[in-house]
Design a protein around this ligand. Structure first.
Ligand code: PLP
Length: 450
């Protein structure tokens, strides 16, 4: 791409540091400028249309250009554009949203705490777990276990929970009291001769061995996404969560369900917790909570977590935690309207109705000579490409995603997997277009790389 002087691309190169980007490559190549969106489509600054088959970052459930969310924001802006929830203050939108989330919760929950991003929610979860352990007179119970390839964010604590090398490398992470256990990706992590059932049993055994090695009295919580997203869309084998939770219960370890991607319909239920039979003590949500029209996230905590926390705050005199924008009224109003749309339009029903087509077409790609594995559930999936001589691991994915982008479909390369996660409003024809394009791109890629 030739970058014109003074263009948005050129000024972007001059002034902006990008997330998850090779900064030197961006200085050379420039960024893709997205100007506007409508439904499942976005348009670049040359007017080219793309199907946003990743919902932005797994988040724009109701699609782009939803006027009801614009109106909700404007309405709230003109009534009360900002207020906080510190020191015994509150406002209607945060209360309404907290009440709504408690009503929607897939397991009994007691209170909602608002944050602004998935990372902040998980960071806060970790602090709350520590605070609780101190409140219970168990100051040694502080370690948190997450999983290899789990993704929980990028703050110092949440990046530590994340189990991906690029979130640790050169950042001096993870923190020492975060431990990572086996990733439930059968094809990659199963040992020779292990059936899926054996593998599940070993995942549970690995977890138990780790707990015993560290000392059960030192382990406070386990965090996991019902389905791993940014680690490559890894759907755990049947029985995985039952086996893991049995171990957690045995050693009195809290379960944190990171529903930042799964929450609000992605898996074909309102929460991944329901799809996979989790009984979490803390649930973190973001992304589809507001369709990312506004930055907002939340933790739902049960009474087991809330009661000691409340006691500790009474002892100290305060729960010394809070963000200026926690429960921001405009973000809360937009989230409420977004949840209303998800319910009124039965978007979870749409996921259930279209998932068989989505999965059939995804699975069909597995037969392509370039492919090694298709994985998915609901309306989230990925196709992994075969390793290939002459290409380092992780090189094929981005090349392929660029080819699909040229053909007007935005997927996301995660190493050599290509993830799809279309808006929940997607229809049958659009799903077919996504997969027709995927297939044509695979054929073209096969020709290109020989
Ligand atoms: N948890 C999960 C499961 C995620 O997928 C993400 C982001 O992709 C996060 C947490 C972090 O959220 P954020 O980028 O809003 O900090």
């Amino acid at each position: 791409m030739t970058v014109q002087p003074n263009s948005v691309e050129a000024r972007d190169q001059a002034y902006q540091l990008h997330s998850y980007t090779n900064a030197r490559a961006l200085e050379r190549d420039g960024a893709l400028v997205i100007d506007r969106g409508e439904g499942v489509y976005v348009y670049d600054n040359n007017g080219k249309r793309y199907i946003e088959a990743m919902s932005g970052l797994w988040s724009v459930a109701v699609g782009f250009g939803e006027q009801r969310l614009v109106d909700a924001a404007v309405r709230q802006m003109s009534i009360l554009p900002y207020y906080h929830t510190f020191t015994g203050r509150t406002h209607g939108p945060s209360v309404d949203l907290a009440e709504k989330l408690i009503q929607m919760a897939p397991v009994p929950m007691s209170k909602v705490y608002f944050t602004n991003s998935g990372s902040e929610a998980n960071d806060t979860a970790m602090k709350i777990v520590w605070y609780r352990s101190n409140a219970l007179g168990k100051p040694e119970k502080k370690k948190i276990i997450s999983r290899v390839k789990g993704y929980h964010g990028v703050t110092i604590a949440s990046a530590s929970l994340t189990g991906l090398p690029n979130n640790h490398r050169s950042f001096d992470l993870p923190l020492s009291n975060v431990l990572h256990t086996t990733c439930p990706h059968y094809r990659v992590f199963a040992q020779e001769g292990e059936t899926e059932e054996d593998f599940v049993a070993r995942c549970a055994r690995d977890l138990e061995d780790l707990i015993l090695k560290e000392g059960p009295e030192t382990v406070a919580a386990f965090i996991g996404e019902p389905v791993m997203g940014a680690g490559g869309v890894i759907v755990p084998p049947a029985g995985y969560w039952t086996a893991i939770q049995a171990v957690l219960r045995k050693y009195d370890i809290l379960l944190i369900a990171d529903e930042v991607i799964c929450g609000f319909g992605r898996t074909g239920e309102m929460f991944g917790t329901t799809t996979f039979g989790l009984q979490p003590d803390i649930i973190t949500v973001s992304k589809q909570l507001s369709s990312s029209y506004q930055p907002i996230s939340a933790l739902l905590i049960n009474e087991r977590v809330y009661a000691p926390l409340a006691d500790e705050s009474a002892k100290i005199g305060t729960f010394g935690h809070g963000f200026t924008a926690s429960g921001h009224p405009v973000a809360a109003a937009v989230a409420l309207e977004n949840l209303a749309i998800i319910e009124e339009r039965d978007l979870v029903g749409n996921v259930r109705e279209l998932s068989p087509l989505f999965m059939k077409r995804l699975k069909a790609l597995e037969a392509h000579p370039l492919a090694v594995e298709a994985r998915g559930v609901g309306l989230i999936g990925a196709l992994e490409l075969h390793p290939r001589d002459g290409f380092a691991a992780g090189q094929l994915g981005p090349k392929f995603a660029a080819l699909m982008l040229d053909r007007g479909v935005i997927g996301r390369a995660i190493g050599d997997s290509i993830a799809l996660c279309p808006p929940l409003i997607v229809d049958e024809q659009q799903i077919n277009t996504i997969f027709d394009t995927f297939e044509a791109s695979l054929d073209a890629f096969a020709k290109e790389i020989g």
